[in-house]
Design a protein around this ligand. Structure first.
Ligand code: PEP
Ligand code: MN
Length: 338
């Protein structure tokens, strides 16, 4: 249910309404807009329906949210939501936020070197895996906490905000200690216990789409995080499995407009995993920006041939620099900036 508040609703009337909602065991979700504020009421359908909400002084009207994803839905909030990542980085506004860095943090020097170069090219965030979800148990699994320390050091040196993947609930505290944003990888998009745990924090979450998941399932996974109490969710389209095997995955550009239509939350495009081929990354990135994405996640490595993971799709720093120039021009053409 969505409660639209009167534009001039008194604070004591709003507080009284919130108390009433809580007293019957329902969760109010308050969204303060420029024009007017709304309260989303989520819980058992019958309990919500039986509440005499229209009678409260602060209430202008009450509308049902018919979609199964309620807090993620655009019905709840018609304006786009901006998610604050750090002191100077926000995703979901006019500026398109670029997060770049190696697939895996391999050692201190390569990370610092990559961070400094992507920063110089205009990236606002540093990506780097400390815990890696690999198809083979014999492949490099990540440096764990050592990598988190290097990421934090790279942030101190460059001022870039950091995003890194969390794979296991048991590592939540340690990952949260070092990062500005937690990435939930494609393989964990439907790990509901993990979603609920990150939902209990307020750390911004980059939720990557599972490679065989629908847009509706993607939205429902965001709903798990939101309904657990964390409003800071950013979607990431990173390619899905199709019959095509020339590319590693098929980047679903449609996800940008679909998510924009159905949700108020931002969406980032990952053209590195979405193509699996470094030569195709810039083209897919330009398409993502033209389609209206709010950010890009791009893998950059100082020496892709020797990368411990995803070398085939990683850009050399100079290629990344050219990509930044190309996407800046596209961003300008669609009324955005980088
Ligand atoms: C990654 O970002 O390196 C990664 C493993 O991504 P995904 O979960 O999309 O495969
Ligand atoms: Mn990768």
């Amino acid at each position: 249910m969505i409660i639209v508040l009167k534009p001039n609703a008194k604070k004591e009337d709003v507080d009284h309404l919130i108390e009433k909602i809580k007293s019957v065991g329902l969760k109010p979700w308050i969204s303060e807009g420029v024009e007017r504020s709304i309260i989303g009421v989520i819980g058992e359908e019958d309990v919500v329906r039986d509440l005499p909400l229209e009678g409260f002084a602060a209430v202008e009207k009450v509308m049902p949210i018919l979609k199964p994803y309620k807090l993620a839905s655009r019905d709840l909030r018609s304006e786009p939501t901006e998610i604050k990542i750090s002191k100077d980085v926000k995703i979901g506004g006019k500026e398109i936020v670029v997060m770049a860095g190696p697939c895996s943090v391999e050692n201190r020097d390569m990370l610092i070197k990559t961070a400094e170069s992507v920063k110089k090219s205009g990236a606002k965030m540093l990506r780097g895996g400390a815990f890696k979800p690999r198809s083979s148990p014999y492949s490099f699994q990540g440096l764990g906490e050592e990598a988190l320390r290097y990421l934090a050091e790279a942030r101190d040196i460059t001022g870039l905000a950091v995003v890194t993947e969390l794979m296991d609930i048991r590592s939540l505290d340690i990952v949260a200690r070092y990062t500005d944003m937690i990435q939930i990888g494609a393989r964990n998009m439907q790990n509901y216990d993990l979603l609920k745990e990150v939902g209990k924090t307020k750390i911004p979450v980059l939720l990557k789409r599972g490679m065989a998941n629908t847009i509706k399932e993607f939205l429902m996974s965001a709903e798990y995080i939101l309904s657990s109490g964390n409003p800071n969710v950013v979607f990431c389209e990173r390619g899905i499995r199709t019959f095509e095997d020339f590319t590693r995955f098929t980047l679903d550009i449609n996800a940008v407009s679909a998510i924009k239509e159905l949700s108020h939350l931002p969406i980032v495009i990952d053209p590195s995993h979405g193509t699996g081929r470094w030569g195709m990354v810039a083209s897919a990135a330009r398409a993502g920006v033209a389609a209206g994405c709010d950010g890009l996640m791009i893998e950059v490595h100082p020496n892709p041939e020797d990368a411990f993971s995803d070398g085939d799709q990683s850009l050399l720093p100079e290629k990344f620099d050219s990509l930044m120039k190309e996407i800046s021009a596209v961003a300008k053409a669609v009324g955005r900036s980088i």
